[in-house]
Design a protein around this ligand. Structure first.
Ligand SMILES: [Cu+2]
Length: 156
């Protein structure tokens, strides 16, 4: 029996099997398999990041975007692929949708107030099923104003 791939081996293994290109195998990309990137924080407290769709890979790059804490995020999105895609992003109040024609650039301003995992994707065609799904990971703690009024709880 073959050992399971560790997270570090996974990228090399998927590449060896040809799953990191469209139509090289039946499975395509695995969810959230791709780069991990960090948002940068400006002097004004807003966070900034860029996400690209590279040619012929059907993934977001980065597929996992890490925010140091909750707050406002200005996202720049580039579609470098040969097909039109789109993006559906989570944001407080309402989610945000943007069309991304071939070789286009778009911007989105998101507010993600609390820590946790947020999904984003291209919900057209079978883009999600083929790999255009990613996560925005918000680190940090729940803001003071959002905490329940109760005694301190034990923390791990
Ligand atoms: Cu900060």
């Amino acid at each position: 029996m073959r050992p399971m791939a560790t997270a570090e081996d996974l990228s090399a293994l998927v590449s060896k099997l040809g799953l990191d290109k469209q139509n090289k195998a039946t499975l395509g990309r695995l969810i959230a398999h791709g780069n991990l990137g960090y948002a940068e924080e400006g002097a004004d407290g807003r966070m900034h990041a860029q996400i690209r769709i590279p040619p012929d890979e059907l993934v977001w790059d980065p597929a996992i975007l890490v925010l140091p804490h909750g707050g406002d995020l200005d996202l720049e999105i580039f579609n470098d692929d040969q097909n039109t895609h789109c993006a559906l992003f989570p944001s407080n109040g309402d989610s945000q949708f943007i069309w991304l024609p071939i070789h286009s650039r778009g911007t989105a301003a998101l507010n993600l107030g609390g820590p946790g995992y947020y999904w984003y994707s291209s919900p057209i065609g079978n883009d999600e099923g083929r790999g255009l799904i990613g996560a925005i990971v918000v680190l940090g703690d729940v803001p003071q104003q959002a905490r329940l009024d109760r005694p301190d709880q034990p923390r791990p």
